[in-house]
Design a protein around this ligand. Structure first.
Ligand code: AMP
Ligand code: ZN
Length: 115
């Protein structure tokens, strides 16, 4: 899927046209709370620029994808998990369990919650 802008939920959150509990922001990256948390701390880290999926990312997307991981490191350290660690995962495509087609890294810390 290549929807962006008004059609993309995470683009709307980046543009502050949909509500989210924002936890981190820099020039290129936004992180906000997942509305259905599966861990004590469950954030979604997204590039501000629309990239649909790891399945379709291009060479020019590599820097901002790396910046998402740097944001995970910053968030993890700020929340006290810099040594304990946390999970960062990304779902890709239908069989990979991707439901929102704007690349997002799940940041999960402090133990699993729910099923
Ligand atoms: P995925 O299944 O990997 O595409 O992840 C999509 C995630 O987005 C799920 O964990 C949802 O709980 C989360 N989600 C869906 N809508 C929202 C929203 N409006 N705000 C925050 N998280 C959302
Ligand atoms: Zn988008």
């Amino acid at each position: 899927m290549t929807t962006a802008g008004a059609d993309c939920l995470f683009c709307r959150i980046v543009a502050r046209r949909s509500d989210a509990e924002i936890e981190y922001e820099d020039d290129h990256v936004l992180a906000f709370k997942d509305i259905y948390p599966k861990a004590a701390i469950h954030l979604l880290i997204v590039p501000k620029r629309h990239i649909a999926s790891i399945l379709t990312m291009e060479t020019g997307d590599a820097e901002v994808i790396g910046r998402c991981l740097l944001a995970a490191r910053t968030i993890g350290a700020a929340k006290g998990f810099g040594e304990r660690g946390y999970r960062v995962s990304v779902n890709c495509g239908p069989e990979g369990g991707q439901h929102v087609y704007h690349v997002h890294f799940h940041f999960m810390a402090g133990g699993r919650r729910g099923a």
